[in-house]
Design a binder for this molecule. Structure first.
Ligand code: ADP
Ligand code: TYD
Length: 211
């Protein structure tokens, strides 16, 4: 089963993806945990270029193609082989990030982004996507408390993040079967429970369908 996590920077995705991986492992499931952009040597090197604060002049199309290039390598080298072996694949971000950030956030043509996403994924899509939805104000508040430094993407400003959030919610509406939108303002434990229940439900359904 292929599971992806989406949401704004600081929404709590990584926390939840880690917790899900721990739960799956505790139940003796084979699981690969991947972070995007990254996950292969080539993709990690592309990640460095993308997040480097020296690259503030990066063109939006360059950005779109670099995220997609990193993903194409990841799909072929890691995701497809893992799914073939019936492993769980948990991805911290996937193709919906590109639609939300480069499409809605940067304002690139949505159909062009869809076409590039289709090419970069070879049509491999998550069985379920958890969108951890949270207001930009809440994220700013959390960031102030933790004091973590920002990368190039995160220096894009509040308006940008408002557009990205709207983009995520619009994408989720287009594919209600795949998306589970979770209110990210809840406690870590409450969100963890919602996610685990959904994964169990879908795993049971998948097993029943395979019989
Ligand atoms: P992301 O991967 O979306 O950038 P993280 O999981 O790294 O987000 O979380 C960002 C920060 O918010 C971390 O300091 C984390 O401990 C905290 N955090 C995560 N989930 C919650 C939550 N539900 N409530 C409050 N703080 C949270
Ligand atoms: P990262 O530190 O992995 O994200 P997070 O803050 O969620 O832990 O940084 C990835 C950044 O790249 C983040 O700002 C989102 C952005 N991004 C895109 O703009 N498009 C994409 O396709 C992907 C995968 C990420």
């Amino acid at each position: 089963m292929f599971i992806s996590f989406e949401g704004l920077d600081g929404s709590g995705k990584t926390t939840q993806a880690n917790l899900l991986v721990e739960t799956l492992k505790a139940r003796h499931h084979a699981v690969d945990f991947i972070r995007e952009p990254g996950g292969t040597d080539i993709s990690e090197r592309i990640r460095e270029i993308l997040l480097d604060k020296k690259h503030l002049g990066m063109n939006e199309v360059t950005e779109l193609l670099l995220f997609s290039a990193a993903r194409a390598q990841l799909v072929v080298q890691t995701i497809q082989p893992a799914l073939k072996e019936q492993r769980f694949v948990v991805c911290d971000r996937y193709v919906d990030s590109t639609m939300a950030y480069q499409g809605y956030g940067r304002g690139l043509n949505l159909d062009a982004v869809r076409a590039i996403n289709a090419a970069a994924t070879f049509g491999v899509m998550p069985d379920v996507t958890f969108l951890i939805d949270i207001s930009v104000e809440e994220i700013i508040e959390r960031r102030k408390q933790s004091g973590t430094p920002i990368d190039r993407m995160e220096s894009s400003g509040k308006m940008f993040y408002e557009k990205v959030r709207r983009g995520y919610l619009a994408t989720a509406k287009e594919e209600p079967q795949r998306f589970v939108v979770v209110d990210g303002a809840q406690s870590i434990e409450a969100i963890k429970k919602i996610i685990w229940e959904e994964v169990e439900k879908r795993t049971r359904k998948q097993k029943a369908e395979m019989k």
